[in-house]
Ligand binder design. Sequence first.
Ligand code: SAH
Ligand code: MG
Length: 217
Amino acid sequence: MAVEQMIVTVMEAVANNSLVWTDLDIELKAYAKEHHVPIIVDEGLALLEQIIRISKPKHILEIGTAIGYSAIRMARVCGSQITTIERNHEMVEIAKNTIQRSGYEKQIRLIECDALEAFDFVKDTSFDLIFIDAAKAQYQKFFELYTPLLSTHGIVVSDNMSFHGLVNTQDYEAQSRSVRGLIRKLAGYQEYLLKNLNYDTTIFELGDGVAISVKKD
Ligand code: SAH
Ligand code: MG
């Protein structure tokens, strides 16, 4: 598919918000809202799902499972195998349950571990797509650690590049020290991606900011 056509398809999907909801999705969204779990927002999800439809990844690595919402949604798109890593035990317990209930438990492997220490558990697998959605300060480390496992023309999707609209904000000075630190880290990561000659990266200003990096030949 021509690149121009692909981008139009992606943008149309986002514009139309081509999302389908199961009862479990709606329940998980409500749970996330009530308990302040930062699951992917609709626009970002529409883009992610459309990228999966176009690229048909056999195996996806997700960093940051939370309650299993994005893992389940990714599993449903076109039968991809999902390996997802989460370090928070409480989240892992919830995700185990939701993945079981989703009926996609054969497709989803959940690893309880800090993603910076989980390489050995996944190193024998080649991934066609890596979805980075965990601690914002560590994005570059996740990228460097796991992209050696990316297949030819593999794709890295990084969520929350805008960090609730705060990256490139006018209000930088008004933020707390820790938030300023995160904003700087994410801005640095964006620059790292854009300068990385082994990847073509586009940062979409939709959802909470989604970076798509495609591995070059
Ligand atoms: N992808 C999920 C949302 C993930 S929220 C969705 O869209 O549905 C981010 C999650 O990453 C949190 O649950 C947090 O505990 C986890 N996390 C943060 N840093 C991590 C790390 N270093 N290793 C593993 N998990 C991490
Ligand atoms: Mg996110």
